[in-house]
Design a protein around this ligand. Sequence first.
Ligand code: NAG
Ligand code: NAG
Ligand code: NAG
Ligand code: NAG
Ligand code: NAG
Ligand code: NAG
Ligand code: NAG
Ligand code: NAG
Ligand code: NAG
Ligand code: NAG
Ligand code: NAG
Length: 554
Amino acid sequence: MPPTGSLVRRGLASLALGVVAQAQLWDQTIDTTYGPVKGFQYFDQATLETYFNISESNVTAYLGIPYAADTSYQNRWRPPQPRQSWNETFHAVDFGYTCPTAMSTNSSEDCLNLNIWTNAASADAKLPVMVWNQGSDLSSNIPYWYGGGMALKDVILVSFNRRDDAFGYLAHPELNEEGFNATGHYTSGNYGVLDFLEVLQWVQANIANFGGNPDRVVIAGQSFGSSQVYHAVNSPLFSGLFHGAISESGIRYPYDPMLAGLATSYNNMSAALNHGLNYTTFHNVSSIAELRTLSTEELMIGSTDSVNNTWINWVEALSCGYPDIFKPVLDGYVLPSTYLETLRNGPANDVPLITGNTKDESGASPTTNYTLAEYREYNTLRYGKDLASRFFELYPDHNNQTIAMDGWNNAARDQGKVGSWAYATQWYDSANSDFYTYYWTHAPPGQSQGAFHMSEIMYALNAMYACADYYPFTDEDYIIADQMSAYWANFAKTLDPNRGGSYTSSGLLSRWEPNSNDGKQVVMELGDAFQQQVITSPEKVNFVMEYFFQQTPY
Ligand SMILES: *[C@@H]1O[C@H](CO)[C@@H](O)[C@H](O)[C@H]1NC(C)=O
Ligand SMILES: *[C@@H]1O[C@H](CO)[C@@H](O)[C@H](O)[C@H]1NC(C)=O
Ligand SMILES: *[C@@H]1O[C@H](CO)[C@@H](O)[C@H](O)[C@H]1NC(C)=O
Ligand SMILES: *[C@@H]1O[C@H](CO)[C@@H](O)[C@H](O)[C@H]1NC(C)=O
Ligand SMILES: *[C@@H]1O[C@H](CO)[C@@H](O)[C@H](O)[C@H]1NC(C)=O
Ligand SMILES: *[C@@H]1O[C@H](CO)[C@@H](O)[C@H](O)[C@H]1NC(C)=O
Ligand SMILES: *[C@@H]1O[C@H](CO)[C@@H](O)[C@H](O)[C@H]1NC(C)=O
Ligand SMILES: *[C@@H]1O[C@H](CO)[C@@H](O)[C@H](O)[C@H]1NC(C)=O
Ligand SMILES: *[C@@H]1O[C@H](CO)[C@@H](O)[C@H](O)[C@H]1NC(C)=O
Ligand SMILES: *[C@@H]1O[C@H](CO)[C@@H](O)[C@H](O)[C@H]1NC(C)=O
Ligand SMILES: *[C@@H]1O[C@H](CO)[C@@H](O)[C@H](O)[C@H]1NC(C)=O
């Protein structure tokens, strides 16, 4: 991953162009809910010429606009609170503070801020909007999701910081009481999800002033951000605030045991309350009121711990790790129902959806290196007496370690693909909108982790210009990025990845068919090729589904 930092601000000094007939957005002061803001001309000419083969653009960026109050002390573990308005113009030229996490170096609990990249020549442009939600413990200031490339495809990109870890997901009986007083539901532990809700409400209220169309908002996210997107799809609180959704790595089948370890998992309320009570006593206090007096540094202790192996089987954890203790909570309110219930009863928000997996994630990796004996032992434990022998027939090792490692990786890939396919197929039993699935296969150059978790993002968001210092991209990468980002931008424009005119290279954009309720076992490959492919053999599909149905669903 590229290091966080103010790469764009450093690299892209603004360049005074000649006189323009109309005042550009960057010359204007824009009114927002909390006060006036001013952005800046985002691209310099060299960047435009090098990465986009154009010499000028209207892209204006606004960085670090606060969308809610400081979350420290008395505001901890509350929904985002209103911020005091400002009267002086806020110069939105630097990313705001990141929320405190184990990975953040310069953080503050005053971290609820957002960024906007817009290509609007005026506030009347009515451009579609994509709100980006990054993975767990990451900040909005990472080049993978810098928004200039989407803006150039006439989609406004909004990214934001939100609370993570214990700051975002602490549940506690006293907080449930507070939640009950405020909402009539015993709710706590979803503060980071409510931050996302607040951003979407802010977008409704303000994006028109930046040339955006509040009636065409697509939410997109990856990994933990993908689960936030999915929670929004499932939650009535989010109704009317968005019109399409992209969940990258991604929606899996509710019976997939790896859900317990992956970023898309959640805690049930009783588990979350146990964690919250333990966190409280661990900090040598007995109440939320006292926790609200501790320093950020004190609260960081134990905030990012993972559960131990009594919570997730270690064989599963080999493929997905041990999950964070603090994550969204199935509270019957913000998260109204389990994944299985939503699949059966229909989502709160029946909107077109894109989801998919990357080739080298969730257990698959080019550097998988177990011994033959480990391959046999681990898979025997994972699949159990009933299924292990069939597993070894379908994924044989031929007594050869190389072949065994291919088997390991292919099994992991099949599990992800079959799960997303099964979800897509069943989606149509209770929902009407199109459901698109993809399988990302391209390995960015200059690294050895293949098509790793996150590797599709810079292509999908047309952010190559911000990442080229970290990867030795070739022409092929830029062509792939143009295709990927055309699907993403088209989807923002028309809720259909195929329509919208966002593809600018030669030839036609390959058609991406949505999944269908007839259960056709296909997925759209994106990356090294752009074509529909069979997910895996029908025998393997049956095998994975049988395995799933032996598990406890999420
Ligand atoms: C760049 O744009 C010019 C003018 O539009 C065009 O002639 C040229 O082929 C483009 N170059 C590339 C590499 O796309
Ligand atoms: C910038 O906006 C102006 C309208 O203010 C428009 O005439 C011009 O074509 C735009 N430039 C680009 C590169 O999009
Ligand atoms: C902004 O102006 C209003 C009206 O003059 C005033 O009441 C308010 O205190 C001012 N806010 C700040 C933050 O200065
Ligand atoms: C920390 O982040 C804030 C907000 O983005 C910024 O103003 C400040 O310069 C940063 N400090 C360091 C040392 O990077
Ligand atoms: C909930 O409301 C009741 C009645 O107004 C009040 O007595 C109680 O202190 C409140 N509890 C919390 C945790 O805010
Ligand atoms: C809640 O989650 C914990 C941990 O995953 C699990 O042991 C427990 O059975 C669950 N409780 C309910 C009521 O589902
Ligand atoms: C709680 O108190 C114990 C004993 O004084 C101390 O060792 C420990 O560091 C404290 N825990 C935290 C999280 O401050
Ligand atoms: C309580 O929290 C601490 C700090 O995260 C952790 O080390 C400990 O294992 C937890 N205990 C239980 C019973 O969860
Ligand atoms: C693992 O966590 C559970 C629940 O927090 C706790 O009861 C158990 O003691 C822990 N086990 C180990 C080995 O730390
Ligand atoms: C795999 O692991 C073995 C034993 O640890 C080591 O000798 C070998 O170099 C590794 N192979 C790869 C491709 O990493
Ligand atoms: C193991 O399989 C690989 C891939 O098919 C092959 O290249 C290699 O020669 C095999 N190794 C042995 C010892 O047969």
